[in-house]
Design a protein around this ligand. Sequence first.
Ligand code: GZL
Ligand code: ZN
Length: 323
Amino acid sequence: MSRRRLIGAAIAACATILLAGCQAGHGGSPGTSHLVVGFAQVGAESSWRTANTKDIESAFQHAGITLRFSDAEQQQANQIAAIRSYIQQRVSVIAFSPVVESGWDTVLQEAKAAGIPVILTDRAISTDDPSLYVTRLGSDFTKEGEKAGVWAKKEFAAASSVKVLEIEGTTGSAPAIGRTKGFEKEIGDDSKFSIVDSQDGGFTRAGGEQVMEAQLKAHPDVDLVYAQNDDMALGAIQAIEGAGERPGKQIKVISVDATHDGMEALAQGKINFIVECNPLLGDELVKLVKKVTAGKSVPRRIEPPERTFTQEQAIAALPTRKY
Ligand code: GZL
Ligand code: ZN
């Protein structure tokens, strides 16, 4: 083959490689477009979860990194099966939001044995073996509960007694455990607060409505409802109105998440205070995947920025909220 033809062939080969790199996505550089990440999501139980999923999917699409995604319908067995399938597929990284804190050691030991790094995204696990995951990217749920408790103490400063109903998230989940612990720690040192009932609403609207209906029958004189996410708060509001009461007026409502519908209810005065829980973890997760697969060290804990909202702040923030 003549020298000229050799050079021509070499140029054509390079062009093909470069083109392949670009096709993987306009953000994918040749160094990362070969990566495959397996994500085992909790489910689609709430609008927070939907916003979280959308943000993660678009961040990976934008970065040109392949994302395999599964929805466990809030069942731990499904998440474990999904993680096992990602191990079989020999993905580069496994990321997931553990539906509950316990019961992960066995499957995460299998991931470790396969040499696949694990990134916790959103919820936390409880384990004696810290080597089972590289880092947790997600909120501090106890801090969220404390913020709710601080507001309750201020709101009821002049009251002599406050009856509280708690609508908790999924029993055994890190957000439910943390939000209960933080809230009760804050109001615990003020004897005028009494938690008259606390039930699991599963982070869903239907769950919030069912729990509220039952709790109101038993405790019609309740002063405050502490719902551990907006979807359950919105369900509770339906039950409160169904009982002929006015949510946000004689029954105050605290919620967590600050999703669009929750913020709308806050702007209307049907919820009185919302503690934000930030679902937009996608870009940070992409950065972590790139670092971990490049063998770089990452912090053990990364918390997304998040704040709280009063009614006035919700009215001001609503026009520019992303979810
Ligand atoms: C918290 C997240 C919780 C949300 C709920 O980070 O795990 O799960 O607060 C969601 O809305 O269902
Ligand atoms: Zn782009």
